[in-house]
Design a protein around this ligand. Structure first.
Ligand code: ADP
Length: 161
């Protein structure tokens, strides 16, 4: 039983995230999407619980679970016996930071491997912050996020104004 973790802030989940999660679910027996609650706390659009619910609604794979953690990722991996940490790589700009994280995690917990999946061409430019920026400026976010969460994003922005 090979378990993997897809960590991130997912504020909100995008089609780029979903692609990585589903490809990880094709490779591993069990995938946990781990919403890290210690990152970008101040300016987040959705609470951790809301982000988890939006992911839950968007992913229908039976081997994908959703959880949250506010400690060190490798401690979660150790506790849950995860063999891999799966990350999506968009461009070279992601690489340096991700490489640093992967090496740090490897020295903290050598039993877990970081696995990088290349983003699809159409998702190369896609990020949660880009979705928030488009929405804040009145643009259409439908090409970038799962259809079932579009209204939640619009509502949140309306409520904020
Ligand atoms: P972001 O970088 O958009 O703030 P997260 O921190 O939630 O997103 O990222 C979680 C994981 O998903 C990271 O491994 C990140 O590289 C990956 N990811 C984010 N956006 C995309 C995308 N458009 N295509 C592929 N992977 C992505």
């Amino acid at each position: 039983m090979k378990k993997a973790i897809c960590p991130g802030s997912f504020d909100p989940v995008t089609l780029g995230h979903i692609d990585i999660i589903e490809r990880a679910a094709d490779i591993f027996d069990e995938v946990t999407v781990l919403v890290m609650s210690n990152r970008n706390k101040k300016d987040s659009l959705f609470t951790v619980e809301e982000r988890m619910e939006l992911i839950e609604r968007s992913v229908s794979r039976s081997n994908v679970k959703i959880d949250t953690y506010n400690g060190l990722l490798v401690d979660y991996a150790k506790e849950h016996g995860a063999a891999a940490i799966v990350k999506g790589l968009r461009a070279m700009s992601d690489f340096e930071y991700e490489f640093q994280q992967a090496l740090t995690n490897k020295s903290l917990y050598p039993d877990a491997e970081t696995v990088f999946l290349c983003a699809r061409g159409e998702n190369m430019f896609l990020s949660s912050s880009m979705v928030k920026e488009v929405c804040a400026l009145g643009g259409d976010v439908r090409p970038f996020v799962p259809e079932c969460i579009v209204n939640d994003i619009y509502k949140r922005f309306k409520g904020d104004k």
